[in-house]
Design a protein around this ligand. Structure first.
Ligand SMILES: [Zn+2]
Length: 174
């Protein structure tokens, strides 16, 4: 019986692997919380599109607009969503997109206490929190507001004529 068991176990593993391969991809993703690999396409010279953006947002349980704001902030360029896709101005390699997405998940999805991805964003007394449905922990997270403010200010300051103000006044004789 015992050596039979070993053989059966081996057979079982093979069957399990086979069954797993035959499962629809989405089922595997959901149970293990695997973020779909972004389908990144650079369109012309001016934009980068994530084709499966909605699918990613659905897995993360976050509004597509919130993720779009994060991309805008991190890449310092406008990123807008159609609800289905994410359109980012400029050319951005897939590796960069993946990195930004991972950082988003780390900051806005994963619970830092127990590591669960089953969290939600809630605002309490004006502060945005990531609340964990698994362990109940509440962690404050950064708001994504006033994204372009700093850029506008720095552009104004760097204008060449800003330095040309004459400080000394010529005394008038009249
Ligand atoms: Zn937790």
């Amino acid at each position: 019986m015992e050596h039979d068991f070993g053989r059966t176990l081996e057979g079982y593993k093979v069957l399990l692997e086979k069954a797993r391969k035959e499962l629809p991809k989405k089922v595997v993703h959901r149970s293990r919380f695997v973020i779909p690999v972004p389908e990144v396409e650079i369109v012309g010279r001016k934009k980068t599109v994530i084709r499966n953006f909605k699918e990613i947002a659905d897995v993360l349980h976050r509004p597509p607009q919130h993720i779009a704001k994060y991309f805008t902030k991190v890449l310092a360029t406008p990123a807008t969503t159609t609800g289905k896709e994410l359109i980012i101005r400029g050319q951005h390699p897939k590796s960069r997109i993946v990195q930004v997405l991972k950082n988003y998940v780390q900051e806005y999805v994963i619970c830092p206490i127990c590591g669960s991805p089953d969290t939600e964003l809630v605002t309490i007394s004006g502060i945005l929190y990531k609340r964990c449905k698994a362990c109940g922990a509440r962690t404050p997270v950064r708001e994504l507001r006033a994204i372009f403010q700093h850029q506008c200010i720095s552009i104004d300051v760097s204008l060449p004529y800003a330095r040309r103000r004459i400080s000394s006044r010529t005394p008038s004789t009249t």
